[in-house]
Design a protein around this ligand. Structure first.
Ligand code: BTN
Length: 265
C-alpha cells in the first residue's frame, strides 16, 4: 500500500478530542472504509478508532449505491461502541449530521443544512453523506460504524454528469482548497460532542438542533421508499428519527428509510 498524503502528524497536532481520532489508520486506497472499520471493530480495536482513505475503490452510499470517492475528498469511518438498542442507531446518523454542519460553519463559515436522513447540504446541494452501519446481536449493539463522505478538495467536473446537479464540493463553494487535516480535527471534535450529548442526555436536544438546520421540513416533498414514490408535506422528524409526511387525504405516513426530494410546485 502506498503512503497516504493525509498527514497523521498534522491531525495529531491539532486534535482536540478525548477518543475520536486518537487511533488512526490512514490508507492510500481501500475498498470501503466502512468495511475496514467493521472488520477492525470486530477484532476489538478501541472505540473512536478512525479509518481514513484517500480513495475508495468500492465506496458505498445508502441502499447499496456506489459512492464516488476520488482523491481530495474526506472518506472516513469511525468505530463506536455505544450501549444502546439497535433501534436507536439511526439517531446517531442525525447527530453526526448536526456535527458535520456545525464543523463546516465553525471551520469554513459555510451555512450548511441537513436533509433527512443522512445528507449535509451547502446552498441546497449535497456536500456530505453519512452511512451508519452496525453489527448487532438481536437488539444488542456490538459496534456502530459511522462512515462520512465529504466532498472536499474536488472539482465538480470530476463527478459523473448524472449526479453533478444535485451535489457540490467545498472547493466549488469556497473557490479554494481546504486543509483536510484541520477540517478532520474539527469534524471529529464536533462528532465527539454530539455523541456525548446523545449518550448523556438522550436525543431531544440534538433533534431540535437538527430541525433548525432542516429547511425541508414544512415543504412539499416527494419521498421514494424502496422504489415506490409518494408526495406530501414533510411535517416533522419524530423522536425516533423517522420522517412524518402528511398526505393529501390528511393521513400521516411515517417513514423510517427512503429518499426525500423537495418539490418546487
Ligand atoms: C450516502 O449519502 O448515501 C452515504 C454516503 C457515505 C459515504 C462514506 S465515504 C466513507 C464511508 N465508506 C463508505 O464506503 N461509505 C462511507
Amino acid at each position: 500500500m502506498l503512503k497516504a498524503m493525509i498527514s497523521t502528524d498534522r491531525i495529531k497536532e491539532n486534535l482536540r478530542t478525548q477518543f475520536i481520532g486518537r487511533k488512526l489508520h490512514v490508507y492510500d486506497a481501500v475498498s470501503s472504509t466502512n468495511d475496514v472499520a467493521k472488520a477492525l471493530g470486530l477484532e476489538g480495536v478501541e472505540e473512536g478508532t478512525v479509518i481514513i482513505a484517500e480513495t475508495q475503490t468500492k465506496g458505498r452510499g445508502r441502499m447499496d449505491r456506489g459512492w464516488f470517492s476520488p482523491k481530495g475528498g474526506l472518506w472516513f469511518s469511525i468505530i463506536l461502541k455505544p450501549e444502546i438498542k439497535a433501534k436507536e442507531v439511526p439517531k446517531i446518523t442525525l447527530a453526526v449530521g448536526v456535527a458535520v454542519a456545525k464543523a463546516l460553519k465553525r471551520q469554513l463559515n459555510l451555512d450548511a443544512e441537513v436533509k433527512w436522513p443522512n445528507d449535509v447540504l451547502v446552498n441546497g446541494r449535497k456536500v456530505c453523506g453519512i452511512l451508519t452501519e452496525s453489527v448487532t446481536c438481536g437488539e444488542e449493539v456490538k459496534i456502530v460504524v459511522v462512515g462520512v463522505g465529504l466532498n472536499a478538495n474536488i472539482d465538480l467536473q470530476k463527478f459523473p454528469r448524472s449526479i453533478r446537479e444535485a451535489i457540490t464540493t467545498l472547493k466549488e463553494e469556497l473557490k479554494t482548497e481546504v486543509s483536510l487535516e484541520l477540517l478532520l480535527c474539527e469534524v471529529f471534535y464536533r462528532i465527539e460532542r454530539e455523541y456525548a450529548t446523545f449518550l448523556e442526555e438522550g436525543f431531544t436536544r440534538i433533534l431540535s438542533e437538527w430541525k433548525t438546520l432542516a429547511p425541508f421540513i414544512g415543504k412539499n416533498v416527494e419521498v421514494t421508499v424502496f422504489g415506490e414514490k409518494f408526495r406530501g408535506l414533510a411535517e416533522d422528524v419524530d423522536a425516533d428519527g423517522s420522517l412524518t409526511v402528511r398526505l393529501s387525504d390528511g393521513s400521516v405516513k411515517r417513514v423510517t428509510a427512503g429518499d426525500v426530494k423537495v418539490r418546487m410546485v
